[in-house]
Write a new protein. Structure first.
Ligand code: HEC
Ligand code: HEC
Ligand code: HEC
Ligand code: HEC
Ligand code: HEC
Length: 168
């Protein structure tokens, strides 16, 4: 428990506000209506760990290049500058690091596998209507960063409220 308190203090101190700067301003709404191999893109096409791992994960540039290797045409039948920026980023050959906005301190264990794979909770129950996002989030989702909120939902569903379930 002492370790937990120390970790919590370290986490609290490092939680300085920082403006998110994404490699490219990604548009969820646009991409969730795009088709790949005859079906619409789904969340797990880019967040591969959401059903079976702790972290949902953020996509690698190679996931984008499945389509953007070739210019993707916009409404006016020409690729936009913003679209071409995906290939520029690939040509730069530097690793693409998306900034995760909603993030708990390291001592918190909130496995997607339990929530999505086992409890079958829809992503929107926790993250809201991501399919309507036209730009990356700028603010963390506070409700996912509060122990009381985790526990409230666990009580409703009869899931574990044991300290050791969420703290490792
Ligand atoms: C084509 C790829 C792609 C698809 C499909 C996609 N996402 Fe994303 N998602 C991203 C990228 C890139 C980011 C990081 C940049 C950003 O936040 O917009 C991201 C960020 C997020 C974040 C923000 C995490 C944080 O706190 O920073 C959430 C939540 C999320 N996605 C949920 C979803 C859900 C739910 C779906 C399905 C409805 C979905 N995504 C479909 C690519 C995708
Ligand atoms: C029970 C609530 C809950 C559900 C349901 C849920 N998430 Fe999350 N998600 C979280 C929490 C909490 C975090 C912050 C994790 C952390 O602290 O790192 C998160 C973080 C993320 C992130 C940031 C990157 C990462 O790897 O953690 C993405 C992307 C994401 N979720 C996508 C999804 C998608 C896609 C679904 C549905 C398939 C989904 N989530 C369902 C609670 C949830
Ligand atoms: C299934 C194919 C597919 C995948 C995968 C995909 N895209 Fe796209 N993308 C498109 C299409 C189609 C357009 C539409 C062109 C338009 O309307 O401008 C587009 C447009 C864009 C644009 C320009 C439109 C805007 O938002 O201003 C950007 C930037 C972009 N994509 C980034 C990404 C990134 C980053 C990834 C990976 C995280 C990704 N795309 C993955 C098909 C895809
Ligand atoms: C919307 C409701 C909801 C929210 C919010 C939620 N959970 Fe859960 N969680 C569940 C359910 C339901 C289960 C049970 C899954 C199962 O059947 O095993 C679960 C399971 C878990 C487990 C696995 C427990 C075990 O016994 O193996 C952990 C760990 C966990 N949640 C952590 C968290 C954390 C940390 C948060 C907050 C950041 C959180 N959860 C938020 C509904 C939720
Ligand atoms: C369902 C998940 C869950 C359970 C169960 C849980 N916690 Fe937490 N706890 C969290 C999350 C998420 C945070 C980080 C957000 C916050 O500080 O509220 C946290 C934060 C903390 C912190 C750090 C507080 C701070 O100010 O940074 C301590 C200490 C803590 N928990 C102790 C406990 C103890 C003791 C128990 C058992 C009585 C417990 N937790 C049960 C999810 C949980």
């Amino acid at each position: 428990m002492t370790r937990l308190v120390v970790l919590a203090l370290v986490a609290a101190c490092s939680r300085a506000p920082r403006l998110p700067e994404q490699p490219i301003a990604f548009n969820h709404a646009l991409h969730l209506s795009v088709e790949l191999d005859g079906r619409r893109l789904g969340c797990v096409d880019c967040h591969a760990g959401a059903e079976r791992a702790e972290h949902a994960g953020l996509p690698a540039l190679r996931d984008c290049l499945r389509c953007h290797m070739r210019p993707q045409l916009g409404e006016r039948g020409v690729p936009s500058e913003r679209e071409a920026a995906v290939r520029k980023l690939a040509a730069a050959a530097a690793p693409t690091r998306w900034v995760q906005i909603t993030r708990n301190p390291g001592h918190v264990y909130a496995p997607h596998r339990a929530h999505v794979g086992i409890a079958k909770l829809p992503c929107a129950e926790c993250h809201g209507d991501v399919a309507a996002w036209t730009a990356p989030p700028t603010e963390p989702v506070q409700r996912l960063l509060r122990m009381t909120e985790c526990i409230a939902c666990h009580r409703t569903h009869g899931a574990s409220t044991w300290c050791g379930a969420c703290h490792r």
